[in-house]
Design a protein around this ligand. Structure first.
Ligand code: 48F
Length: 256
């Protein structure tokens, strides 16, 4: 075994993918359930997509389910997404299905990558690129370790025809856009728990919030001031699917 060959294999293979992902159709911030569902459906439709995740582990809030019991609940409306991904679920009561959070997160991750998404962990989105008409043209990334160590290191830039904020409760990309650009975006912040309203509104809130930037998952409810919902995940899955569908439509329009 040659340690240098091992290091070269890792470095060359990683850098090839990173270089290739510096210009993509869609760049997604955050590899939680909504971001990975969006990535899955986009890649399945042959869209070039990269997902950037701050943490070492991907899957966001899915692993712990609710209450640190690794189960998630999904309502009937979103069961089709579990079926599409091959995640098993048992009916608990009419309209409510329970799935193993570990199976759900790991299967979603695997299907997202095998469909063709590139996922890069340990990278945080710290800014966006912006051009005329307040159009978001890409994401600005730095190694998460740089922020943790408080190092003064300049970031790298990824060009994307569209970006998706899937950063969860903090809606980090939308907050950056609201704070640093003239795009007129306001982040109202999520409201207290009300599962039914939160689940209904999350799909309606999944939209393009300024030219070139869409929002999905809990970030969508944070932007529009809708409630949180606790350990029910159907809305996240449907929101990710809708974000992918909207992005595919927008990409088709820009081609014309
Ligand atoms: O938080 P997260 O799971 O968001 P989601 O897809 O799903 C929410 C549910 O998990 C749960 C819920 C169910 O009712 O409310 O909370 O909306 O995943 C967001 C991911 O984005 C990463 C973060 O580490 C997590 O894995 N993330 C957050 N900010 C950044 C980021 C950033 N600036 N750059 C890169 N990744």
């Amino acid at each position: 075994m040659d340690e240098v060959i091992i290091s070269k294999a890792i470095t060359e293979s990683y850098l090839k993918d990173l270089l290739d992902s510096m210009e993509v159709d869609v760049a997604i911030a955050g590899a939680g359930p909504s971001g990975m569902v969006a990535g899955y459906y986009l890649a399945k439709s042959k869209v070039k997509v990269a997902i950037f995740e701050r943490k070492l582990s991907i899957g966001g809030g899915m692993w712990g389910g609710g209450i640190m019991f690794n189960r998630i609940v999904v309502q009937s409306e979103a069961k089709e997404v579990l079926d599409e991904l091959g995640i098993s679920a048992k009916q608990y009561q009419k309209g409510y299905y329970v799935a193993d959070a570990v199976e759900a997160a790991s299967t979603l991750c695997s299907r997202c990558i095998k469909a063709g998404s590139k996922i890069f962990n340990l990278l945080s989105v710290e800014d966006v690129m912006i051009r005329e008409d307040d159009r978001i043209t890409g994401l600005v990334l730095n190694w998460s370790a740089v922020a943790l160590a408080n190092l003064h290191i300049d970031p790298m830039a990824i060009r994307a025809k569209l970006a998706i904020d899937a950063t969860g409760h903090d809606a980090e990309v939308c907050r950056i856009v609201a704070r640093k650009t003239g795009a007129g975006l306001e982040v109202r912040g999520e409201k207290s728990m009300w599962a039914e309203v939160g689940e209904n509104e999350i799909v309606a809130n999944t939209k393009q919030v300024c030219p070139g930037l869409l929002v999905t998952g809990m970030a969508a409810n944070a932007v529009f001031g809708s409630p949180r919902m606790g350990a029910i995940f159907g809305g996240m899955l449907l929101s990710g699917k809708k974000a992918a569908e909207l992005a595919i439509d927008l990409l088709k329009k820009t081609k014309r």
